[in-house]
Design a protein around this ligand. Structure first.
Ligand code: AHR
Length: 338
């Protein structure tokens, strides 16, 4: 009996020494987060990256950030590296929609929760491979772009007049390029006077936007189909195209109506300068929602599968006749951070 008592005493002492020697509560866990970003192809993307880096840093988490230079294979490699590192969470914005089946399965097998930002993946049962998706409704953006054009024409008293539209598409196979095209066409198909006469990718890049617009202008002249409207899937390409239009001796915003998407600072400046007509917002400031999603998951909460950002349309004409629908670019320029 004495022996048993002695053993219990020793165990109690060992336990109390261990307990006294343990560190005080170190606060919330320092999470390791991997983020596979597409690249830095546009001001939008740079704004998105800054938003993610700043908000994750403010939490004191360890961020493993990879800029994939718009190459899918670089993103796949980054995702595999995150698995090897044993990160707690993966953030991911896929450059194109398809080709992720294998790596998404590997992430799922490793049990790492994925928070998708901005762009979508297309694969069987895709929703089983990520916890939540946060971003913009790209189809709605395309529809808003076309609806703005119809409203603009009505306001100018030219509804029903034939309009030749050229389209600068985003990255081939990416969700914003596919959906912005679909959304725009959804609306114009009911208006046979609105025709897309030329359409080509500018890969969401300003320089390429300029080059493709130059070729549109040459072809338009050769064919005798003058360009009335440019619909650019992002503002960066619209800005490049504006340069090409000016160099061709035309006046952007007047000779050719310019529609862009993103609502970046440069687009607001171009609208204020009268060289661009409208920009449909697509917010890149996704960092706070990314961090909040991870915190909610840490707290064991269930998140919605899809969360769309609230976004507006900025111009300098329809703002004056329909302020409920359109916001003024000049007023909002000072508060733009990207
Ligand atoms: O996926 C969002 C798009 O990607 C933005 O519209 C574009 O500017 C960016 O490169």
């Amino acid at each position: 009996m004495k022996k048993v008592f002695a053993i219990l005493l020793v165990l109690a002492m060992v336990f109390s020494v261990t307990a006294c020697g343990s560190k005080p509560d170190a606060g919330p866990k320092k999470l390791k987060v991997g983020f596979a970003q597409i690249g830095s192809e546009s001001d939008w993307r740079v704004g998105c990256t800054e938003s993610i880096k700043a908000t994750v840093a403010a939490e004191g988490w360890d961020l493993q950030f990879v800029d994939a230079n718009q190459q899918q294979e670089n993103q796949i490699k980054a995702l595999r590296d995150f698995i090897s590192m044993g990160v707690d969470y993966i953030g991911f914005s896929p450059v194109v929609e398809t080709g992720w089946d294998q790596v998404m399965q590997e992430i799922k097998n490793a049990g790492i929760p994925v928070v998708m930002l901005d762009r979508n993946i297309v694969m069987p049962n895709s929703e089983d491979y990520y916890v939540t998706w946060i971003g913009s409704n790209f189809i709605t953006e395309g529809e808003k772009s076309a609806q703005w054009l119809l409203d603009y024409m009505e306001n100018a008293g030219i509804s029903g007049q034939p309009m030749n539209i050229v389209e600068l598409q985003g990255t081939v196979g990416s969700s914003p390029a596919i959906d912005r095209k679909t959304g725009f066409e959804n609306v114009i198909k009911a208006h046979p006077n609105l025709q897309i006469t030329q359409s080509q990718t500018g890969d969401f890049e300003t320089e390429l936007g300029k080059e493709v617009m130059e070729s549109f202008l040459v072809k338009a002249q050769a064919d005798g189909t003058p360009i009335d409207v440019l619909y650019a899937h992002n503002d960066g390409m619209a800005i490049g195209a504006i340069q090409a239009i000016k160099e061709a001796g035309l006046t952007p915003g007047e000779d050719i109506i310019i529609i862009g998407v993103d609502a970046v600072k440069l687009a607001f400046e171009a609208i204020v300068a009268g060289e661009m007509n409208v920009t449909v917002e697509c917010s890149p400031l996704l960092g706070p929602q990314f961090v909040e999603a991870i915190k909610a998951l840490e707290a064991g909460q269930t998140l919605p599968k899809i969360t769309y950002s609230l976004e507006y349309i900025y111009d300098d004409t329809l703002t004056h006749v329909n302020p409920d629908l359109y916001l003024n670019a000049k007023e909002h320029l000072p508060s733009r951070v990207y």
